[in-house]
Design a protein around this ligand. Sequence first.
Ligand code: PLP
Length: 377
Amino acid sequence: MMIYLDSAATSRPSEVCIRAMEQAMREDYGNPSSLHSFGLRAQLVMERARKQLAAALGCEPAALTFTSGATEASHLAVRGAAGTYGRRKRRAVTTTVEHASVRAAFDLLEAEGFEVIRVAPRADGRFYAEDIAAPVDDNTCLVSAMLVNNETGAVLPVQEAFAKIKREHPDVITHCDAVQGFLKLPFSADSLADLVTVSGHKVHAAKGVGALYHKKGIRLKPLLTGGEQEGGLRAGTEAVPLIAGFGAAAAALSASRKERHAQMTQLNRFAVKMLSETEGVTVQSPEDGSPYILSFSVRGLRSETMLHFLAEREIYVSSGSACAKGKQSGVLQQFGIRQDAADSTLRISFCAENTEADLAALAEALREAQVRLVHKR
Ligand code: PLP
């Protein structure tokens, strides 16, 4: 029996998602832009999904643009906002712990001549709202901060920071990569930021679909042009099956957010207990982080060695962030984790299907690794 502890990398598509996708492919395969009634059917499928996603995000359906995933949504947010609001205001603010997709978007702004300020956590490894707000001035067009860090589960004080920024600089555009918080932590897009990024495959939908929430009145410069889809903000025929699955998955998960949070909190506590009792293991995630993500290091064993040792036992985890493909992003060090601990870091992440037995099996395998790989040296 395989044990999947890597839902922050990607999650298993839910049955409702697969059914909605299958229906969209078998029955409603028209082009939503077609003028005939079969095209209209596909459009209705997409609009139902938009409503489902809007309900899960706490916003109007019209505020959502479907994209190919969070990476595209964040690029549309960051580069799209800078493209309209950054003509005269040339400063942009972000953090040092963003996902590579947001980091890359800011690197592009920098290459275009923007002054990019990257706010780091303090020496205690924590972010403070006033630190994120501090560099914002009258010359700032955009601020972006993630809700939940994908490597440690740390929750950033985004709402507090953005509220403070808006009080002092109401014209600054705020963006939040909420990928690891969506349908896990309570928030509504409307009260979080002007622009919010979410991804389908982290919430039991398929890979290759995401969405950007944009507050009414925000003007973004599109990345992709050449069609009027998504109100002209994202040209190209919409991925109706993926979108239908995303809506269905979000609707199903939305109903269970609170219960899952309680379940994950309990599972996380159990994991911390099991891991703390295991020789050589140090838990690194903050106690008040998202219960869905847990980072720990295994003394004396490199992440990749451990990852493959576990995979041979059909236990699947990540080394740091899955997107980095083994390459370190430097984010752990930003949180104050020493290089040797970062080199031997593993990340486990949960979904409602995980059980305490999964974690007991993980702890057992970690003990076995100590005996086989460390003590034998
Ligand atoms: N942002 C965060 C915080 C993530 O964890 C991920 C995926 O790992 C992404 C963005 C990228 O999402 P996507 O694969 O939908 O582009």
